[in-house]
Design a protein around this ligand. Structure first.
Ligand code: PLP
Length: 460
């Protein structure tokens, strides 16, 4: 909180000085003394002018809506393409046509090792070493592949602890893994849920469940950021607590990768998996990825399902000579098939933008633009609308989930009509995520204005 207050204090002084020097409009009178954010339109534009990441917006194609540039607040669900993505895709198509099979070993970025170019750019995003990372498959498939290695139930240690509610795919994966090993969810699945009347998981409740079930827990699997509420959990603390009970911990990063700062290696989690089409802008159905902590990645005795692509690359093509699987001593050993080049290509340009921006600047804008959205929503005092996402910036990324007392679907439709693209989750949640790399403060201002107008025209 201290950091946030300092940031707001700087904003506050900044806007005072700015208005005094150069604008002379009415912004001065509208300054909110609590947060330092003013609700005037000119202030929004000032924030954009001062935004060190503003130049990155022009590197993306912003989808149109009704023939106009949309307010795209849906990067939490499907990110938008960089302009480079189209160029890169065309380049790969052309090379395929020109080179055929020789593309695998072409001089520049051969397809044979193409996936290796991607882990460098995400080390900062994930807080991991290169050897701990590999892009492969897609998210739910990877959760299964990771459970092959990290969920090896025994007669006494067979339970999986997760939080709820989560995105259904994770639940299906966990339940069917449990059943695959001959247990039932009733006996082997522990779900920690928010307390009655609350929206968030409390670390203390996770701790209590871990304490209670102790050494019967084989695996703890949690989402770093909840898809619905936007809550970011304390991965570091839960990782420590899990290890104290002798359980492995795996993290689903679907809504965390490219959204909040992560330190997977230092937090000592055993594995993590993500999809690349949300914040990372990898394109629909883009390749997913996994993190496997060094201590496991280096261990060639780790149980896993193998395929030729996990083999030592020097020996991959000696299949007829080499009968035994020789895993490479990195996360690459978990690969099974050769990866889809075309589901990786669009990611290249997007990761380059992340790298150029840097996670520190990214996070700084994320905290600021989300705080700005929060402040404007609070000030608008909209009837029947409540922010579900945690108020503490340390407990969220850039997504704010809004709960409507009723008719949320109607509101969402009206927003769409006004060129806002955000998403609706039944029965009453609208999620809005201003992405630090391509959204502007002025869009946030307009979004709140539009929402206000929509609700005034049709009260919920
Ligand atoms: C988006 C998302 C998925 C999607 O799974 P795919 O296997 O990529 O289709 C799974 N789990 C969570 C938590 C998600 O947010």
């Amino acid at each position: 909180m201290g950091k946030m207050n300092r940031l707001n204090w700087i904003n506050f002084v900044g806007i005072l000085v700015l208005n005094w020097i150069c604008t002379g409009d009415d912004a001065f009178a509208e300054i909110t003394h609590d947060t330092g954010f003013s609700s005037s339109e000119s202030y929004a534009k000032t924030l954009d002018k001062e935004d060190p990441l503003a130049r990155f917006r022009s590197k993306f194609d912003i989808p149109l809506s009704n023939g106009q540039t949309s307010i795209y607040f849906n990067g939490n669900s499907l990110g938008i393409p960089t302009k480079a993505a189209q160029v890169d895709m065309m380049h790969e198509m052309q090379d395929w046509a020109k080179l055929g099979v020789r593309g695998h070993f072409r001089e520049k970025e051969p397809w044979y090792t193409y996936h290796e170019n991607f882990r460098g750019p995400v080390t900062e995003i994930l807080g991991a070493h290169e050897d701990e990372l590999v892009f492969m498959n897609s998210l739910t498939v990877n959760l299964h592949m990771m459970m092959v290695s990290f969920y090896r139930p025994t007669r006494t240690r067979y339970k999986i602890l997760m939080e709820g509610p989560v995105f259904a795919s994770d639940t299906y994966a966990v339940k069917t893994q449990i059943e695959h090993h001959g247990y039932t969810s009733e006996e082997a699945l522990i779900v920690v849920e928010p307390r009655q009347g609350e929206d968030f998981i409390r670390t203390e409740d996770v701790a209590a469940a871990l304490e209670k079930h102790g050494d019967s827990i084989a695996l703890v699997m949690m989402n770093a950021v909840n898809y619905l509420t936007g809550q970011a959990i304390n991965v570091k603390a839960i990782s420590e607590l899990s290890h104290k009970q002798g359980a492995y911990i795996g993290i689903d990063l679907a809504h965390a990768t490219g959204n909040i700062p992560l330190k997977l290696h230092d937090w000592n989690v055993d594995f993590a998996a993500w999809c690349s089409y949300k914040y990372l802008s990898g394109g629909p159905g883009a390749i997913g990825g996994v993190f496997i902590h060094e201590r496991h990645a280096k261990n060639i005795k780790m149980p896993r399902f193998a395929g030729w692509w996990g083999n030592d690359p020097q020996k991959r093509f000696l299949i007829h000579l080499e009968k035994n699987f020789v895993p490479v001593r990195t996360a690459d050993a978990w690969q099974i098939s050769n990866p889809s080049i075309f589901s990786m290509v669009p990611l290249k340009g997007a990761l380059a933008v992340y790298q150029e921006a840097g996670m520190e600047a990214f996070r700084e804008k994320s905290v600021k633009i989300t705080g700005y959205l929060e402040t404007l929503l609070d000030e608008a005092k909209l009837d029947g609308v409540e922010i579900v996402t945690p108020r503490n910036p340390d407990e969220r990324g850039c997504q704010l989930s809004l709960r409507f007392t009723k008719e949320a679907e109607k509101v969402h439709k009206a927003l769409e009509k006004n060129n806002v693209i955000c998403d609706f989750r039944k029965p009453n949640i609208v999620r809005a995520a201003p992405h630090p790399l391509y959204n502007t403060y002025h869009e946030v201002w307009r979004f709140v204005q539009i929402l206000k107008d929509v609700l005034e025209a049709e009260p919920v």
